[in-house]
Write a protein that binds this ligand. Sequence first.
Ligand SMILES: [Zn+2]
Length: 404
Amino acid sequence: MQLQEKAHRILQQPVCDRCLGRQFAQLLSGYTNEERGQLMRTVVAMSIDKEGYSGAIDLSNFRGFKFYKLDANPEKKKCAICNDIFETLHKTADKVVRTGKKFEYNTFLVGTKISFDLISREEALWERVGIDYCEPIKAELNREIGKLVEKKIKPSFHSKPDINFVVHVPENKVDTQVNPIFIYGEYQKLVRGIPQTKWPSKKYKTSVEEIMAKPFMLATRGRAHKLHGLGREDIDAKCLGWRPFVLEILEPKKRKIDIKKLSKRIGRGIKVRKMRPSNISEVRKIKEERADKTYKAVVVCEGIKKSDLRKLKPLLKGLKQKTPERVMHRRADKYRFRKVHSIRTKFISKKKFHITAKCEAGLYVKEMISGDNGRTTPSVSSILDQTCMCKELDVLKIHSSQKK
Ligand SMILES: [Zn+2]
């Protein structure tokens, strides 16, 4: 289709400059769609003056044009595609700015949700004139609202924004999606009896997550928080090694926070270090990393001699572990083979000794000791041929590549 013929067809209904120009958006850079529309409208007007008016074109498209051969000054009609929505974009931009007032942000993005009516009107036009050089109305609205908002406020338009505005067109309703803040750090848990993350029932009053999140929630007035840890220690285990984590604060109202200062307000029992801003890709890295860990276990048994502990060396050949009974409700029941990289023992009494072992990621230490009713083999129990139980467990070191 020739460009002129295309413009003729578009103008068979009343169409504004933007909607006309948008059908030629991919031709010539450096022009706005409005300018493209003005140009094409003028060309069509000229051809009417040259060839005479045939009746197919809607004359309301030419209000203000002075023809030699045609005596017409038609009424202006609303655009059949956008219903003149571009004329009220200033108001839309104002509303976006107002909606964003309760949040602190440096960067933003505007998106639109367009009514079914508007989409069908645009698609009906495309069916008649083709889509060869066009741009969708959604793209133009996003860009134009964004430009207007940017003129009114300090924060800038950005593809990875602090806040996303979603404008419903034509209802002019504005929704916000505030992106989370991520904070990296490493923690030690110096007390027993606290789960790592918020417990679903009220069984545990607090968690590592809640203790660490508290000062940050107060400062950011966020809606919620999540803790992404590099693995987790048991509720009754201390974590004396520094465990990397990313704390995520959802829907923060304030983003400019002094991380160092706030980290000093973290409550008792938890120590943190190296806290700094982070991002979602670091969360992925932390969730995916499988770090070896060194544990210290206090083991109680029925009765041993000091020399019996030497028998435990075969554990260094590794263990076959079926999913422990205690975690079966949240893990698939399957076999895994796990290595033990090193093992040291310390005889305390006939009924008590210590084991310090560096284990492959994912090894269940309590089961390495108890044997878990035969689900872990070999085990400290099976080798010593008696019931052995892990009475206390500490994580001494997390051998992570995150720590630099
Ligand atoms: Zn229009």
